[in-house]
Design a protein around this ligand. Structure first.
Ligand SMILES: *Cc1c(COP(=O)(O)O)cnc(C)c1O
Length: 417
């Protein structure tokens, strides 16, 4: 399709977009375990009306758009309160988990340089931590030392301690980590960071809008937030289980000094003073306003209900998978992320990637991950009402593919084009 010289009527253009979109994953049917997190019709309405209001606004300059400055401060403060941030806690909105992580890594590097004179910075990152940390190390020229996980898929603390050096500026933990959905030993990682004068970042991109409500529901939650001494920053994605549309995450620091290391200020430009809170320049007001509206609409009570539905569904899924001969759940995660793998001890052999192909034919979309080969599910309110149908298809597909294997071992968390 070439870019035509003559423009086309809006109706024709939109009809084409609708046709294109028809080939995408059917997330509205509740058949995607990840990527889209849907809070239900009234949450959609809040987001869509806020998006229409803020479609054109630009948060580049909050003097021109003071409402976006307020929206940012309020979402950041509400999130800090959920995560038990002290009065001094400060943060910004970013476009997503990756940007929040990039900001946290940059802040750790700058702090190490300014406070400890480190010129060849290093960071210690468990192999379960999100790929965004590797991207950050690549972008900011930091040496990343990857450490193993234990049998239970949590970070190996002894290995992290052994990987540290006088140049370590950052230790990373996840609450929970993406691949198997378990929470690292955050108090141990934070203590390690503190003893080195380094930052401890807790990646709670997935957990930030689940764990606080799980705790309110009386579920056991290991310590992970600002109540843990030594945690310097936390990322929490409003656009995941916060149920806001894409483009909104919160990066939080224990205090403004820690936050100051991620900001950029430049006065020596013909265009005038340039201050930048995150990695963006022009900055859409749309996701910021939509996140604000969704949080206001749901309130803590709304999130508790969504979390209850989500976790009950995830529990039902885990039970159904464990009851399927030849399959197992990796680790003993109790939240909304899980990995389905083949059970080496079972008589019936199941290639989980072949299983994933069979499920996809029935419209169920899992990410494929390795090592080890597994199918990932991020359960959310999007899948409410669908778990029984899913488990029925899972049992049937497991029958179908038992004993078969697929040569396609490719994985696909994120793609280029
Ligand atoms: C999704 C996710 C990220 C990255 O966030 P994006 O919004 O996709 O950029 C980081 N860490 C964890 C644990 C995640 O689940």
């Amino acid at each position: 399709m070439t870019f035509s010289f003559k423009g086309r009527p809006v109706d024709a253009v939109i009809a084409d977009l609708e046709a294109k979109r028809g080939r995408d994953v059917r997330w509205k049917d509740g058949r995607a375990f990840g990527m889209i997190y849907n809070g239900g019709p009234s949450v959609d309405e809040a987001a869509e009306r806020a998006a229409a209001l803020y479609l054109h606004e630009n948060a580049l300059n909050t003097k021109a758009f003071p409402s976006l400055g307020e929206i940012q401060s309020e979402v950041v403060r509400w999130t800090a309160d959920l995560l038990h941030g002290p009065e001094s806690a400060a943060g910004f909105l970013t476009s997503g988990g990756t940007e929040s992580i990039l900001c946290a890594v940059l802040a750790a590097r700058e702090r190490g340089h300014k406070e400890r004179g480190i010129t060849a910075p290093e960071m210690v990152v468990p192999e379960s931590a999100h790929a965004a940390f590797h991207k950050a190390a690549h972008v900011f020229g930091i040496k990343l030392i990857k450490t193993p996980v234990l049998e239970d898929w949590t970070a190996d603390i002894a290995a992290m301690a052994a990987a540290a050096s006088p140049s370590t500026v950052l230790f990373v933990g996840s609450a929970p980590q993406f691949p198997q959905g378990v929470i690292d030993d955050i108090p141990a990682i934070a203590a390690l960071a503190k003893s080195h004068g380094a930052n401890c970042h807790v990646d709670s991109c997935m957990g930030g809008f689940v764990l606080p409500f799980a705790e309110m529901l009386g579920r056991p939650v290991k310590p992970w937030d600002f109540r843990v001494d030594g945690v310097s920053s936390i990322s929490a994605d409003v656009h995941k289980l916060g149920y806001a549309p894409k483009g909104a995450s919160v990066i939080l620091y224990r205090d403004r000094t820690l936050r100051s290391y991620q900001t950029f200020m430049f006065e020596d430009w013909l265009g005038g003073f340039y201050a930048s809170p995150n990695l963006q320049g022009s900055r859409s007001g749309l996701p910021m306003a939509a996140a604000w509206a969704v949080m206001q609409h749901l309130g803590i009570e709304g999130y508790i209900k969504l979390t209850e539905t989500t976790l009950n569904n995830a529990d039902a899924m885990r039970a159904g998978i464990r009851a399927t001969e030849g399959l197992r759940v990796l680790g003993d995660g109790t939240y909304h992320l899980l990995a389905i793998a083949s059970d080496p001890d079972a008589k019936r052999k199941i290639d989980v990637f072949a299983l994933g192909d069979a499920l996809l034919k029935r419209g169920w979309f899992h990410d494929r991950q390795k090592p080890p080969e597994s199918l990932h599910a991020t359960v959310s309110n999007s899948n409410a009402g669908m778990i029984e149908a899913y488990l029925k298809d899972l049992k049937e597909c497991a029958e179908l593919v038992a004993g078969q294997t697929t040569d396609d071992k490719s994985t696909n968390y994120a793609t280029l084009e």
